[in-house]
Design a protein around this ligand. Structure first.
Ligand code: GSH
Length: 217
């Protein structure tokens, strides 16, 4: 039977915003159908623009309505499953702030180290502005982790962790320097069975985006 929810995503290997929404819906245990749209192939933008004015994925179809944007999709899921955000009001506010920081910031890290799950490179030092962003991410993780017992940013898994999973993969893909504490957190995120399911789909997928594969190559 067709589910009332359909999540439209980009390629498993490259689409970090899709991964975030997929993880949130998966953790919420909300049943949903999935449609993958190959990015950067002829006609792909028209397909995206037919789904939303933004012309981006992810998009969640809910009956007749469509929700574009990973954060809006996360908020939709959290209305059905409130414990996707931390219970404590202060923690919940902080979690929203760190999600917002990821949603709008760390531009150099996103540009210079795009998510590319199949990628493993140690080709020399990454650009200075990218390393600066990575250090800022680490400081943010350190701050959250030091105020909680772990293993996640706000103790139990939350939307905040979903937003930093693609960042954790960038540390792995581009060999970004990190502290022991960050390394433990990254390992925690990478060993999550749901993430591993997604990663397996990325490894099985054959679509290639040469421009992304060439960044800092
Ligand atoms: N703010 C949006 C960003 C979405 C976004 O930029 N998605 C990328 C894929 S990860 C995309 O659709 N790109 C379309 C394109 O490259 O034309 C969100 O949080 O969902």
């Amino acid at each position: 039977m067709k589910s009332p929810l359909t999540l439209f995503i980009g390629n498993y290997n490259y689409s970090s915003w899709s991964l975030r929404s997929w993880l949130v819906l998966t953790k919420a245990e909300l049943p949903f159908d999935l449609e993958v749209i190959d990015l950067d192939v002829p006609g792909y933008k028209d397909r995206l623009l037919a789904l939303s004015d933004a012309g981006t994925v992810p998009v969640l179809q809910v009956g007749e309505d469509r929700i574009p944007d990973s954060l809006a999709i996360s908020e939709f899921a959290a209305r059905a499953v409130p414990n996707l955000w931390p219970k404590d009001a202060g923690d919940r506010a902080c979690a929203r702030a760190v999600v917002e920081k990821m949603h709008t910031g760390f531009e150099a890290l996103r540009r210079e180290a795009p998510m590319n799950l199949r990628r493993r490179t140690t080709n020399g030092p990454m650009p200075e502005d990218c390393l600066k962003d990575a250090a800022e991410v680490e400081a943010l993780w350190q701050d959250c982790l030091s105020r909680h017992d772990g293993p996640f940013l706000f103790d139990d898994w939350s939307i905040a962790d979903a937003f930093y999973v693609p960042v954790a993969t960038r540390f792995e893909s581009y060999g970004l320097p990190r502290s022991r504490r960050s390394d433990i957190y990254i390992s925690e995120l990478m060993s999550d069975p749901d993430f591993q399911d997604w990663e397996a789909m990325a490894f099985a997928e054959t679509h290639i985006m040469p421009n992304f594969d060439a960044v800092n190559g």
